[in-house]
Ligand binder design. Structure first.
Ligand code: AAT
Length: 284
């Protein structure tokens, strides 16, 4: 019996491996290398350019945290833009809010969506919701061409800033996000990790750009077992609402949504950052 291991370099000196049962699919799309695997520990998972994106076991952590923090902060959000997120997990969490009227998902690579629909229905299962519109184009170009003040919320569910995701970490992109948001709009972005220096470098760069544009900018953390170091961040940038001062946590609890990671204690606690992270963000 042959052992098949998926191995990913988390740094030049650190590797992370998962025992797999099957390499389900492999292709090079117009944008990136896509691979789907089957494993006992993490269920079905897929990688882009050799980096873990989504697996059945810890996707709930990421998708809860990208969605519910903003939705609890402003329950009147009606129009949402998701950039990236081709697996559909972020859209799935958004569709749980009856109050949301429109969800536009702009994903550069249609193949990620189609393969997720085939192999990962756990995340892709709500892409057919009537409020969802799928657009296959570059998120950077999309926000550039969009009118002012349109969306209440933008969720940047992107790859790391190498390959197609690079533009989604640019000043130009954040500037256009600010412009297409309403006067009380919120931007959540995939904010990399503070732990290994190469990721921390990107975290600092992203934070310094966003800090210069939005009046309220915070960073919050969560545990992602399959991402490098397991310590990951989202950015919370906002024109009006502060996620700690303006949030009505009781109102969110009254919605009765059942979640596996997010809860209202986590909402507050996730913004409490370790000293080394605070220091890096302060001098970003
Ligand atoms: N839900 C968690 C999954 C992801 S995948 C990120 C998606 O962003 C990919 O499907 C990729 O094709 C898409 N993407 C990359 N660049 C662009 C772009 N310029 N415009 C639109 N979509 C884009 C996130 C995983 C985070 C991993 C952290 N290590």
């Amino acid at each position: 019996m042959l052992d098949l291991w998926y191995t990913e370099n988390h740094t030049d000196n650190v590797r992370f491996s998962i025992k797999t049962n099957k390499h389900i699919h492999s292709e090079k799309s117009d944008f990136q290398q896509i691979d789907f695997f089957e494993s006992d520990e993490f269920g079905t998972f897929f990688t882009l350019d050799g980096l873990m994106m989504v697996n059945e076991k810890d996707e709930f952590v990421y998708h809860d945290m990208i969605t519910h923090v903003a939705m609890a902060t402003n329950p009147n959000i009606k129009k949402v833009l998701v950039i990236g997120g081709g697996d559909g997990g972020t859209v799935r969490e958004l569709t749980r809010y009856e109050s949301i009227e429109q969800i536009d998902m702009v994903e550069i690579d249609e193949r990620v969506v189609r393969l997720s629909q085939e192999y990962l229905p756990i995340t892709a299962g709500k892409l057919e919701d009537p409020r969802v519109t799928l657009l296959f184009e570059d998120g950077l170009a999309y926000v550039k061409n969009k009118e002012d003040g349109y969306y209440d919320l933008i969720l940047v569910d992107s790859t790391d800033p190498i390959g197609p995701g690079e533009g989604l970490f640019s000043h130009d992109f954040y500037n256009n996000c600010f412009r297409v948001l309403t006067d009380d709009g919120i931007l959540i972005n995939q904010h990399e990790s503070p732990y290994y220096p190469s990721y921390a470098h990107e975290m600092k760069r992203a934070h310094s750009k966003i800090k210069g544009l939005f009046p309220i900018t915070r960073v919050y953390q969560f545990h992602m077992p399959t991402y490098p170091s397991g310590h990951w961040l989202f950015g919370f940038a906002s024109k009006k609402y502060d996620p700690l001062k303006d949030v009505d946590l009781d109102a969110w609890n009254k919605l009765g949504l059942k979640t596996k990671y997010y809860n209202t204690d986590i909402h507050t606690g996730a913004f409490a950052l370790p000293t080394f992270v605070k220091e890096m963000l302060d001098d970003a």
